[in-house]
Design a protein around this ligand. Structure first.
Ligand code: ADP
Ligand code: ADP
Ligand code: ZN
Length: 208
């Protein structure tokens, strides 16, 4: 059997990163996440400016920068779980020229829940693991369970920037969700409930 090629879709805070980590562990897949890749290259000079200038404002980083990251990651991957890309129709078209997908999964979460998840999110400065001050606390405060790194708040997880990111999502990324839905290729699961409960739904999708 060939390795799974999985796409996760959903608004900021829906739990894509959390579920991608579980999927990559369970099925031995590469976790391809443009958000983490961009955070590691926030200050890189490009002809459009640095990625950080867009990210801190909650806007999309220009397509050529992001597409290049995805091409390089796909080249190295056998099976993968892709999280945070595509975020607009142009990226979706680019992706379909690069690879086929076995599963596209959409996480449905109401907007008030998203804001609470985003503003309470903490991430590991070293390995990128996600935590939440209320919903997913580390064993030791501010210390990553996985690697011992320090947990920090992302600069774009303020309420104001989170709201802007949700606006950008509705404008640019909802059409992508609609595109997969119309093609009949989308599995929709509730992103509410505990991370374990959500993972059970995702596993059902992948295995059936
Ligand atoms: P995304 O990658 O879609 O932006 P994350 O996986 O980073 O979302 O999750 C956003 C925040 O919500 C994180 O702080 C994470 O710990 C928390 N979270 C993720 N899944 C759940 C869940 N099912 N219930 C409650 N909190 C969750
Ligand atoms: P979240 O997990 O909250 O959805 P990400 O970590 O995926 O956030 O993305 C953080 C920021 O990185 C985005 O707000 C955007 O500025 C940039 N970014 C990530 N992926 C993309 C993409 N596919 N296209 C354009 N910008 C992106
Ligand atoms: Zn860590």
């Amino acid at each position: 059997m060939t390795a799974h090629r999985i796409l996760l879709l959903g608004p900021p805070g829906a739990g894509k990163g959390t579920q991608a980590k579980r999927l990559s562990d369970e099925y031995d897949l590469d976790h391809i996440t443009t958000g983490d890749a961009l955070r590691q290259n926030k200050d890189m000079e490009t002809e459009y400016g640095t990625p950080g200038e867009f990210m801190d404002a909650g806007e999309l980083v220009p397509d050529p920068v992001v597409n290049e990251i995805v091409v390089a990651a796909l080249e190295d991957a056998d099976g993968f779980v892709l999280d945070g890309y595509p975020r607009n129709l142009e990226q979706a078209e680019f992706l379909s020229d690069e690879t086929d997908l076995d599963h596209a999964v959409f996480f449905d979460v109401p907007e008030d829940v998203l804001i609470e998840r985003l503003t309470g999110r903490r991430v590991c400065d070293e390995c990128g693991a996600n935590y939440h001050v209320k919903f997913d606390q580390p064993e030791e405060e501010s210390v990553c369970d996985e690697c011992g790194g320090e947990l920090i708040q992302r600069e774009d997880d303020t309420e104001e920037t989170a709201r802007e990111r949700l606006r950008v999502y509705r404008e640019n990324t909802e059409p992508v969700v609609e595109h997969y839905r119309e093609a009949g290729d989308l599995s929709e699961v509730s992103g509410e409930g505990t991370p374990d409960e959500v993972f059970e739904h995702v596993r059902d999708v992948i295995e059936n």
